[in-house]
Design a protein around this ligand. Structure first.
Ligand SMILES: [Cu+2]
Length: 151
């Protein structure tokens, strides 16, 4: 005489399988959410941008003012800072800003001049014919501040 399986065995198995499937589904959903967040897939969210905004590090490192008499002068934008941050050029000089960050930046002297948005690797060149002192910022990250003097 053989013993039949207990009548509740199937039900127990179904509950067990259900828990496994549910756990797997939660794992998948969390994975997708994390993936989207980390890669900036939603609305251009950007880790570098986010960290700089949180830490407010733009403009914090010390820099020596630079005077450059060349007709063409370069400013690099890197790690949410302008290099050099305090630049003097001669009247008539062409100044080129190049963005080395993955985040977009501008060089904007409100009411005077503007490079427009520079994406990673892009440059903007402006010619400065008249002497003057210009404080400028990044229009996207206003904590990025610099100064251009035309003499
Ligand atoms: Cu910026």
């Amino acid at each position: 005489m053989s013993r039949a399986a207990p009548p509740h065995a199937d039900g127990r198995f179904l509950v067990f399988a259900g828990v496994i499937i549910l756990a797997f589904a939660i794992f998948l959903i969390v994975g997708v959410i994390m993936g989207v967040t980390m890669t900036g897939g939603l609305g251009g969210w950007n880790m570098q941008d986010h960290m700089a905004g949180m830490m407010g590090r733009a403009g914090n490192s010390p820099q020596t003012p630079v005077a450059n008499s060349q007709p063409e002068v370069s400013v690099e934008i890197r790690d949410f800072e302008y290099f050099p941050r305090d630049l003097t050029v001669d009247a008539g000089a062409k100044v080129t800003w190049t963005n080395r960050d993955s985040a977009p930046h501008t060089a904007t002297a409100k009411g005077s001049w503007d490079t427009g948005v520079l994406k990673e690797g892009q440059s903007g060149t402006l010619t400065f014919d008249k002497p003057g002192v210009y404080d400028y910022i990044c229009a996207i990250h206003p904590s990025m501040q610099a100064k251009l003097t035309v003499r």
